[in-house]
Write a protein that binds this ligand. Structure first.
Ligand code: PEP
Ligand code: MN
Length: 263
């Protein structure tokens, strides 16, 4: 179902009125984690002013260490909903457990499957039974074929609203957190009709690289971006080093918008 041979025209996904795919360019932005009401409302308002169309924020966080901040969980989800109400921005947040699928389907606009759960097939099967758009991140060691097969799991169940997200893969290189595979954008667009966005924040782990790689993503034809933005990156509870301050995000949006218009 994800195969381009089955459907030649690009799939356009409607996220509560915001279109993803088919020639539009959509930016999702916000903090790695929802931390406090003040934080999420401040970041939501600022990314909206800069032109982001969707608000991101983690409530359930897949942390490498069990002792690291795990997210505000359901309280984080409530705060995201409050930020949506205040700004009108649809929200995307990560799901970790199949037991949360029904609640997320009711309450969020896009359900994110993180890199670590890309092959959690039980979770993918549950997500196939709803019709909420799914943002499927590429697993950190997944081939393009494995990634598309995970999309296929969701689509096979009947949910064809899948957005792919390239977020960097693990290679021998250690300078960056991951290695951003921009050729995967071209490959996926050839192999599939699904939209694909790029997350240069998790791909690099370094805020100074984010804007240039966002531009590169737009240049290779990605359908949009996911960017981490924090009002106080130095004190962020998660991923501060890769998070842009609102001012830097505003600059990124101006550059990306002028490139996208020129393309
Ligand atoms: C995230 O988006 O905050 C995240 C954990 O991303 P990934 O699954 O790509 O590591
Ligand atoms: Mn993060």
């Amino acid at each position: 179902k994800a195969n381009r041979l089955m459907k030649s025209e690009d799939t356009v996904i409607d996220v509560s009125g915001v279109k993803i795919g088919g020639g539009t360019f959509t930016v999702m932005a916000g903090p790695c984690s929802v931390e406090t009401r003040e934080q999420i409302l401040e970041v939501a308002n600022s990314v909206q002013k800069s032109g982001a169309q969707i608000l991101r924020g983690g409530a359930f966080k897949p942390r490498t260490s069990p002792y690291a901040f795990q997210g505000l969980e359901m309280e984080g989800l409530e705060l995201l909903k409050e930020a949506r109400k205040e700004t009108g921005l649809p929200i995307v947040t990560e799901i970790m457990s199949p037991s949360h699928v029904a609640k997320f389907a009711e309450e969020v606009d896009v359900i994110q499957v993180g890199a670590r759960n890309m092959q959690n097939f039980d979770l993918l099967k549950e997500l196939g039974k709803i019709d909420t758009p799914i943002l499927l991140k590429r697993g950190m060691s997944a081939t393009i074929e494995e990634w598309l097969m995970s999309a296929e799991y969701i689509m096979a169940g009947g949910n064809e609203n899948v957005i792919l997200c390239e977020r960097g893969i693990r290679t021998f290189e250690k300078y960056t957190r991951n290695t951003l595979d921009l050729s995967a954008v071209l490959a996926v667009k050839k192999l599939s009709h699904l939209p694909v966005i790029v997350d240069p924040s998790h791909a690099t782990g370094k805020r100074w690289m984010v804007k240039d790689l966002a531009l590169a993503a737009a240049a290779v034809g990605a359908d949009g971006l996911m960017i981490e933005v924090h009002n106080d990156p130095e004190n962020a509870l998660c991923d501060g080093a890769q998070s842009l301050e609102p001012k830097a995000f505003d600059k990124l949006m101006k550059s990306v918008n002028s490139l996208v218009t020129a393309l």
